[in-house]
Design a binder for this molecule. Structure first.
Ligand code: HEC
Ligand code: HEC
Length: 332
């Protein structure tokens, strides 16, 4: 059986290596991305939680990994990460190469016991592919990370109706969507954080998120509890403990000002990535917009009072950020 690979929309990322080897590297990463045998129960692949047909999310509030174990966070889309500098809802990783071993060795995700276990499974299943792309090195932590990172970098969203509008096609947005765009950048204040620069719809910064009521009383203990831990121990606790995950950026920086703050998510393809927020607590896009209007206002930011028609226009605008599904091709 062939392996489904998402065709790069704008070609492979430019780099020191030639285009051909970059593509071969991404194809190798694609093969790892969909391989369920790289998990402790043989049932979980990256693509289980990052489904290409759902803009690389899984439709669940929080993810479920090996043996159905529940994580603590909502799986984000993986498109357009080539320009991202800090990853995860709390920014605890700063490069894709560094990040990709995390899901493989997290109990609530692929559940493998460590790097050694990952490498021997990759060796058993993908030795030929690695020998072709890395004739000298073969399967190592570095080459596995390079392959997965190369695959992730070429997941570029194809132009959405909004991109066509920005490029000069006035008809690409419906009148209601154009109204929503004006509100988004104007009175509703959304673009202050979901910034339009570089088409990313994020400022890459951390802002308050809502923490469920049942967790609030546990926050002070959790915040104090992790103070003595090293960064590796804190990283491991995030997918395992909802109270630690709810500390947000604080669990990374240990600065009080970061308590309960989360990285502004990009809104590209947001109509396809329900449910919403770091913990998946908001089921629909309309509710997410309502929550943002209410919540950002209650922080003392001036969002103005919006009518029900205004709110629907905002939702309609967000729907214009959906990219057409990129055709898949079979790699032999
Ligand atoms: C069990 C579900 C699950 C599996 C399997 C999984 N992920 Fe994830 N992924 C998540 C969740 C949940 C997050 C958010 C975690 C957080 O922010 O704390 C995430 C976040 C990420 C991010 C960060 C995206 C961003 O915007 O910051 C990347 C990149 C990523 N995953 C890649 C992968 C790769 C590559 C694999 C396979 C090696 C993989 N994931 C396997 C659930 C999963
Ligand atoms: C102060 C910065 C800020 C402003 C202003 C802001 N947002 Fe957000 N937005 C965020 C952050 C941070 C999150 C993640 C919160 C969380 O996970 O708890 C978020 C989450 C969202 C989500 C969910 C996305 C997902 O993938 O889960 C949507 C939709 C959204 N915002 C839309 C809007 C709209 C529409 C506006 C304007 C009314 C707006 N936001 C204003 C920072 C902001």
């Amino acid at each position: 059986m062939g392996i489904l690979l998402l065709t790069p929309w704008s070609g492979a990322a430019a780099g020191r290596t030639s285009r051909t080897s970059e593509e071969a590297l991404a194809a190798l990463g694609a093969a790892l991305f969909v391989d369920t045998s790289l998990s402790v129960d043989g049932a979980v692949a990256c693509a289980t939680c990052h489904r290409p047909d759902a803009a690389f999310t899984d439709g669940r509030a929080v993810s479920r990994g090996a043996f159905g174990r529940r994580g603590t966070r909502n799986a984000p889309s993986l498109m357009g990460l080539a320009q991202t500098r800090e990853f995860f809802w709390d920014g605890r990783r700063t490069s894709l190469e560094e990040l990709v071993m995390d899901p493989l060795t997290t109990a609530e995700e692929h559940g493998l016991s460590g790097e050694g276990a990952v490498l021997s499974l990759v060796q058993a299943r993908h030795a030929v592919g690695f020998a072709l792309v890395f004739p000298d090195e073969g399967v190592t932590r570095t080459t596995v990370a390079k392959a997965l990172a190369a695959y992730l970098r070429q997941l570029v969203p194809a132009p959405s109706p909004f991109d066509r509008f920005q490029a000069g096609d006035a008809q690409a947005l419906l009148p209601e969507q154009r109204r929503g765009f004006a509100l988004f950048t104007g009175r509703a204040g959304c673009a202050r954080c979901h910034r339009l620069e570089a088409g990313s719809f994020t400022d890459g910064a951390y802002h308050p998120g809502e923490v469920p009521l049942e967790i609030v009383p546990r926050q002070p203990d959790a915040a104090r509890g992790i103070l003595g831990w090293d960064s590796e121990a804190r990283r491991a606790a995030i997918p395992a403990r909802a109270d630690v995950a709810a500390l947000g950026r604080y669990a990374v920086s240990l600065r009080a000002v970061d308590l309960g703050r989360f990285r502004t998510p990009s809104l590209r393809n947001v109509a396809k990535t329900a449910p919403y927020m770091h913990d998946g607590s908001v089921p629909t896009l309309a509710e997410a917009v309502e929550r943002e209007l209410y919540y950002r206002k209650s922080e003392g930011l001036q969002v103005g009072d919006l009518t029900p028609a205004d709110r629907s226009s905002l939702v309609a605008f967000l729907q214009a950020l959906t990219s057409p599904q990129v055709p898949t091709q079979t790699v032999p």
